[in-house]
Design a protein around this ligand. Structure first.
Ligand SMILES: CCCCC/C=C\C/C=C\C/C=C\C/C=C\CCCC(=O)SCCNC(=O)CCNC(=O)[C@H](O)C(C)(C)COP(=O)(O)OP(=O)(O)OC[C@H]1O[C@@H](n2cnc3c(N)ncnc32)[C@H](O)[C@@H]1OP(=O)(O)O
Length: 220
């Protein structure tokens, strides 16, 4: 299926790739925050630009074309390393380390200054994106995954930059639709509430009872 790439990698090879690329994304994420906040003199900014250009050119000498897609192994393990919210290789991702405890799907994350909207508060669009992902993962974890069809968000109060929890749980399933709700929590108070409808797309439904292994499995 388009964007899904099968790779016959061993767990050791996947672990090695993770150890290689996670620190790269971490350093670039730090670079983004430093870029927002720096107050060094102009010559130092010029020098930083040059170093960044060199690093970008080096990384670009061999690269995937287009997007990373979803990579999976024959045993059904999936890697969503390019994902904008959870991608291990994606410095744009906060990143969310989404976990599961019972029926609850959640992520504890520290939101940095590069996600600011109103002064000192997390941008509402970033909050929506995180909720989209965490609600979607609740559907995946419950074995009833789907694409986001509808996402409703109610911002009750501002969410300060810093440590937050994003959490979700499946409310009910109606046919191909999974209804999920979730919240953003700061210091035990709910700042944002969300409700989503996740729909198993017709293209996947048409695969019948035997979709390719991994297509409906949780990613990491
Ligand atoms: C193509 C391969 C995709 C493979 C993925 C498969 C499953 C997902 C698996 C894993 C997902 C993993 C992680 C996901 C976690 C987070 C990721 C973040 C989520 C996103 O970032 S995701 C990007 C944003 N998202 C989109 O880009 C969606 C664009 N859109 C579409 O892809 C279609 O529009 C779709 C699929 C939504 C529906 O298409 P469709 O053809 O399957 O729908 P159809 O007409 O058959 O309706 C069937 C029933 O859903 C009702 N219905 C239809 N549309 C609705 C809507 N919008 N809201 C509420 N209900 C709706 C009908 O009323 C009917 O209801 P009823 O059965 O009661 O009559």
């Amino acid at each position: 299926m388009f964007g899904h790439v099968m790779e016959d990698l061993t767990p050791e090879e996947i672990a090695a790739a993770s150890q290689l690329y996670a620190p790269l994304a971490d350093r670039v994420r730090e670079l983004v925050a430093a870029t927002v906040l720096t107050e060094v003199p102009a010559p130092d900014v010029a020098k930083a630009i040059q170093l960044i250009e060199e690093a970008t050119a080096l990384l670009g000498t061999k690269a995937v074309e287009g997007s990373f897609g979803v990579r999976w192994t024959p045993d059904g393990k999936r890697r969503t390393w390019g994902n904008a919210i959870v991608g291990l290789r994606n410095p744009i991702a906060p990143p969310l380390d989404i976990r599961q405890r019972g029926d609850l799907t959640y992520a504890d994350v520290v939101i940095g200054p590069q996600y600011e909207g109103p002064p000192t508060l997390v941008h509402g669009g970033i909050i929506a994106a995180m909720l989209d992902q965490v609600l979607g993962d609740a559907a995946v974890n419950a074995g009833v995954p789907g694409m986001t069809g509808t996402l409703r968000i109610r911002y009750n109060r501002g969410t300060p930059l810093g440590p937050i929890r994003v959490q979700s749980a499946v409310d009910r399933v109606e046919g191909v639709k999974t209804f999920v709700s979730g919240q953003v929590i700061v210091d035990d108070a709910v700042t944002v509430e969300a409700e989503g409808i996740f729909i198993l797309p017709k293209a996947v439904r048409d695969l019948g009872d035997n979709p390719p292994p991994g297509i409906l499995a949780p990613g990491d």
